[in-house]
Design a protein around this ligand. Structure first.
Ligand SMILES: NC(=O)c1ccc[n+]([C@@H]2O[C@H](COP(=O)([O-])OP(=O)(O)OC[C@H]3O[C@@H](n4cnc5c(N)ncnc54)[C@H](OP(=O)(O)O)[C@@H]3O)[C@@H](O)[C@H]2O)c1
Length: 300
């Protein structure tokens, strides 16, 4: 029995990725993990009806809470081993917010929660297994995305950014910085597995392209939200602008495609492996992020 865990599987990109995997592998257990229990249960029900896969389950996960991450990891360890983990859940805020544990919320959800979850579940992966981390073009200052450039100095600063930073961009900069952390995490884990000789567990990063209309901008003001939900989707014919179903297929492919067996440490934009930002390959920064993250989640 094989299983796959998809964080943020109750909507947007994660839901579409789950749909493709559940339909392609009707015997697989597909675990959708998000905060909103009712929405996740309904997502599992509708995916079961649509794909015929009777093994789709809803799980509760709040990546902002290390206790919640540990609870999910413990419950999954009692279930069939995992063939894949898709680190997809993500949030974007306009302002800086902080978790109960005192870490900046975007960094905590997009990076730290996934870092803890994957580390806790590494021993529960059944090789050959795949880990896919959803990043974003916004991690790369060379790409025109309309977002502030990431500002990664060190993990402590990402977790507790200086509060006198430009209030107008601080929340969105925390997002692009967290997406850079996603890239450095994926590459560092791939390197560590390779050094350990664990080549049957692969780790890749993925950029779905701009997918207007998802819940990612739910914290925005009403005008911005209007554009995100109704105006931007009209631009879907432009390059780099995608529907969630097209990007969901591309994300699912990184889990399913047999020709990608053994491919690790790559960054896929859509279906193509491309180079990510220069900073994302900075091994010293990635290793500092890793060591500090271990401390922040009490795994050091
Ligand atoms: N939309 C875009 O244009 C775009 C572009 C590039 C990259 N991305 C990336 O794509 C991924 C998916 O985003 P999306 O656009 O599909 O947005 P979405 O529709 O809002 O999906 C986000 C998912 O994450 C879950 N989530 C949010 N906070 C969580 C938390 N604290 N703990 C656990 N789950 C949480 C949400 O469920 P609950 O609210 O129920 O928890 C939801 O299922 C993100 O990593 C995002 O950065 C999106």
């Amino acid at each position: 029995m094989q299983s796959v865990l998809i964080t943020g599987g109750n909507s947007g990109l994660g839901y579409q990725c789950a749909r493709v995997i559940a339909a392609a592998q009707p015997q697989w257990h597909v675990v959708l993990a998000s905060r909103d229990r009712a929405k996740t249960t309904e997502a599992a029900r509708s995916l079961t009806a649509e794909t015929g896969n009777a093994n789709i389950v809803a799980a509760e996960l709040d990546l902002a809470s290390q206790e919640s991450v540990r609870r999910l990891a413990a419950s999954l360890k009692a279930a069939p081993p995992l063939s894949a983990i898709v680190c997809n859940a993500g949030m974007q805020f306009t302002d800086l917010k902080f978790t109960a544990e005192g870490n900046e919320l975007t960094f905590a959800v997009n990076h730290l929660g996934h870092f803890l979850l994957v580390n806790l579940l590494l021993s529960h992966l059944s090789p050959p297994a795949r880990i896919v981390v959803v990043g974003s073009a916004t991690h790369d200052p060379e790409q025109f995305t309309g977002m502030p450039k990431p500002d990664y100095r060190h993990a402590q600063n990402a977790a507790k950014p200086e509060l006198d930073v430009d209030a107008g961009t601080a929340g969105r900069r925390a997002y692009t910085t967290s997406k850079l952390c996603n890239m450095m995490f994926a590459y560092e884990l791939s390197r560590q597995l390779s050094v350990r000789g664990d080549n049957a567990i692969t780790v890749n990063a993925f950029d779905p392209g701009l997918m207007p209309g998802t819940g990612l901008a739910r914290d925005y003001g009403s005008v911005q939200k209007f554009f995100w939900r109704f105006a931007l989707p009209v631009l879907r014919l432009l390059p780099g602008v995608n529907s969630t179903s097209r990007s969901g297929e591309n994300l699912a492919r990184l889990v399913l495609d047999p020709t990608l067996e053994g491919t690790s440490g790559k960054y896929f934009v859509g279906r193509k492996a491309v180079a990510s930002s220069k900073e994302s390959y900075d091994e010293a920064k990635a290793s500092e992020l890793w060591a500090s993250s271990l401390e922040m989640v009490s795994l050091a």
